[in-house]
Design a protein around this ligand. Structure first.
Ligand code: TNX
Length: 519
C-alpha cells in the first residue's frame, strides 16, 4: 500500500494537520450528505464507486463520510474535513466548497481512485487528521481554444474533469476565430456549415510556409454545449463562452461575406496563424447580426460573464472602407480606427442590458467610456491590469509572460510546441498574480487568473494534454493556495511522488519531467 499523506494534496490546502490512524472504506461504508451537498455526494459516489467497486450507499453500518453545509467555515468555496477512524466529516461553506472537499478526498485515496474501474483487490483508506481549505482567488480559469483546432465534445468533458480535479472553476471556451467557427447558431447556419471547416492548416511556424492539406473542422450543436455546461456545473466549473469580435472574424466573414469590408473578395476560412486584417465591417447589419449571435450565446450559456474578445484588431481595412469612413464621420470619431471601441461598446451594452457582464481582452480598454462593469482580461502584462483597475474595472489576469501554455516548455529541440517563448513548469509555478507592493486598489479588483491554451499548434487531445500538464497543476496551486503555502523547491518532488501518478491513472499524456516525448 502506498503511504499517503496530506503532503500529496495538489493544490496545497490552507492547513492540514495529520493525526494517527486511518479511516477504512469497505462495503459497509456510508456516504451521506444534506440537501445542499447532495449533488456532490452523488458525484463522489459515482466516481469512487467506479474506481473502487464499493457501493458507498447512504446507509451502512461501517464508518461514514458525512457532508454538510456549515456557514461558519471560512469561504467562499471553503471546506473543513475532519478525519477519524470511524467518521469523516466534511463541512463546507457552500456547494462549491463541498465539491472541492470531495476532490480532496479523492486525492487522499491515492492514484487508483482516479481510474474508471477497479483494477484488482485493494484496501481503501484515508489518513486521519484535519484539513481546512479555501481558494485564494474566486476566478481560477483555463482557456481552451477550440477554434484553431476543434476538440470533440467528449474531450471537452474530459478537460472539465481535469480542471475540476485541480480545483479550477472556470472554463473559458474560445469558440470563434479566423480559422474556425465552432458554435451552432440556428439562425445563421452557414457560420458552422461554411465557417466550421477549413481546407488546410498551416503547420509549424510557417517559415517556409508548410500546410497540412487535410481539411479540419467541426462544431458544437446547442445540445453539445448544453451538455458541456451542465457537466461542468456539476463540478462547479463555470463555462464562459467567447465570440471574438470585431477582429479574429474571418471564419464568420467566409460564411457571410456581407459582414466583411471587401465584399468583392470572397474569403476562405483562414488556414494560417497570426493576426488577420479581415475584420468585421461597422454596418448596422453586422451589429444586429452579432447581437443575434450573442442572444443565442446567452440562451445556451447561463454564465454571468460572456466574452466578446476585442483583441488584436488591425484597422487598415476601415481606413480604406467608404462605409467605415462615413460611419466614423457620422459618429464624430477622429479616425476610422476608433470604430473598434464603438463596435465593442455596442456588444458590451447589449450584454449588460441583458444582465450579463462583458469580458474583453485588454485592447478594449482603449475605447472611450467603456462601462466600468466590463471585466478586462489582461494578457499583455502587468501595466494593463493597473490601467484597468484604475479605470474601475475588475481584472482577470492572463499574462502571456507567465500563463500562456501554448509556449514551449524547454529549449530541447524535440519540444513539439512551435510557439517560441520559453515557459517552463518552474516559470508557471513562480507566477505571482498579486506580488507584494501591488497597490490595494489594484489588488481589490483582481478576480483571479487564467491560463491559456491557444491551439494553433495543439491539433489533437494528446497535444493539449502535453501543453497543459503538468504546468496547469502548477497554475492551480498558484491560484488556489495561499502564497505562503507555495514552495518552489518542493513542487516537482510532490508532483512526481503524488500527482503525476494521478494523471497517469487518468490517462493524461503530460510532458514528463525528464524531457519531451520523442514525437
Ligand atoms: C495572442 S491573447 C492571441 C491569440 C493567439 C495567441 C498565441 C489574445 C487575446 N490573442 O489569438 O492564439 O496570442 O499565443
Amino acid at each position: 500500500m502506498i503511504t499517503l499523506s496530506f503532503d500529496g494534496l495538489l493544490p496545497r490546502p490552507v492547513s492540514a494537520v495529520p493525526t494517527p490512524g486511518r479511516f477504512t472504506l469497505d462495503t459497509s461504508t456510508a456516504l451521506v450528505g444534506d440537501r445542499a451537498t447532495a449533488d456532490t455526494v452523488r458525484w463522489l459516489r459515482r466516481r469512487l464507486g467506479a474506481a473502487t467497486g464499493l457501493p458507498l450507499n447512504s446507509t451502512g453500518n461501517g464508518g461514514s463520510i458525512r457532508f454538510t453545509l456549515d456557514r461558519t467555515v471560512p469561504g467562499p468555496a471553503g471546506y473543513r474535513i475532519e478525519l477519524t477512524e470511524r467518521l469523516v466529516t466534511v463541512a463546507a461553506t457552500d456547494p462549491a466548497g463541498a465539491h472541492h472537499a470531495a476532490q480532496t478526498l479523492r486525492q487522499l485515496l491515492g492514484p487508483a481512485a482516479f481510474r474508471a474501474a477497479p483494477t484488482g483487490p485493494r484496501h481503501w483508506s484515508l489518513p486521519c487528521g484535519r484539513i481546512v481549505d479555501r481558494p485564494r482567488f474566486g476566478w481560477r480559469g483555463c482557456l481552451l481554444d477550440v477554434a484553431r483546432h476543434f476538440l470533440p465534445t467528449r474531450e471537452v468533458l474530459r478537460f472539465v474533469d481535469l480542471a475540476a480535479a485541480h480545483k479550477l472553476n472556470v472554463l473559458h471556451l474560445h469558440l470563434t476565430d479566423d480559422q474556425g467557427w465552432r458554435l451552432e447558431v440556428p439562425r445563421y447556419p452557414r457560420l458552422t456549415e461554411v465557417g466550421g471547416w477549413r481546407r488546410r492548416s498551416m503547420v509549424g511556424r510557417g517559415t517556409p510556409d508548410a500546410f497540412d492539406d487535410r481539411p479540419h473542422g467541426g462544431h458544437y450543436t446547442t445540445t453539445d454545449l448544453r451538455e458541456i455546461v451542465a457537466y461542468a456545473a456539476e463540478q462547479h466549473v463555470m463555462v464562459v463562452p467567447e465570440v471574438d469580435v470585431p477582429g479574429h472574424s474571418q471564419a464568420a466573414i467566409a460564411a457571410y461575406p456581407e459582414l466583411g469590408n471587401e465584399q468583392s473578395r470572397l474569403l476562405d476560412v483562414w488556414p494560417s496563424w497570426g493576426v488577420n486584417s479581415n475584420i468585421l465591417n461597422a454596418s448596422d447589419h453586422t451589429v444586429a447580426f452579432f447581437r443575434d449571435v450573442f442572444d443565442h450565446v446567452m440562451e445556451v450559456f447561463p454564465s454571468p460573464v460572456v466574452c466578446l474578445g476585442g483583441d488584436e484588431v488591425p484597422t487598415e481595412q476601415w481606413d480604406y472602407s467608404p462605409l467605415a469612413r462615413r460611419r466614423a464621420a457620422e459618429l464624430g470619431l477622429a479616425r476610422p480606427a476608433d470604430l473598434h471601441g464603438w463596435f465593442v461598446r455596442r456588444m458590451v451594452d447589449h450584454l449588460h442590458d441583458r444582465g450579463r457582464r462583458a469580458l474583453g481582452w485588454d485592447e478594449i480598454l482603449d475605447g472611450p467610456d467603456l462601462p466600468a462593469e466590463a471585466v478586462i482580461g489582461c494578457w499583455r502584462g502587468v501595466e494593463t491590469g493597473h490601467r484597468a483597475a484604475a479605470a474601475g474595472h475588475d481584472v482577470l489576469l492572463c499574462p502571456e509572460q507567465h500563463v500562456y501554455l501554448d509556449h514551449r516548455q524547454s529549449e530541447h529541440p524535440d519540444e513539439p510546441v512551435p510557439v517560441g517563448f520559453l515557459r517552463t513548469l518552474a516559470d508557471v509555478y513562480r507566477y505571482e498574480p498579486v506580488p507584494p507592493g501591488t497597490p490595494d486598489a489594484v489588488a481589490a479588483r483582481v478576480l483571479g487568473a487564467q491560463a491559456q491554451l491557444w491551439s494553433e499548434h495543439l491539433d489533437s487531445p494528446r497535444r493539449v494534454d502535453y501543453a497543459a500538464f503538468p504546468r496547469l497543476a502548477a497554475f492551480a496551486e498558484v491560484v488556489w493556495s495561499p502564497r505562503e503555502a507555495r514552495e518552489p523547491d518542493g513542487f516537482e518532488r510532490r508532483l512526481a511522488a503524488h500527482h503525476l501518478p494521478r494523471l497517469d491513472a487518468l490517462g493524461v499524456e503530460y510532458r514528463p519531467l525528464t524531457g519531451p516525448r520523442p514525437w
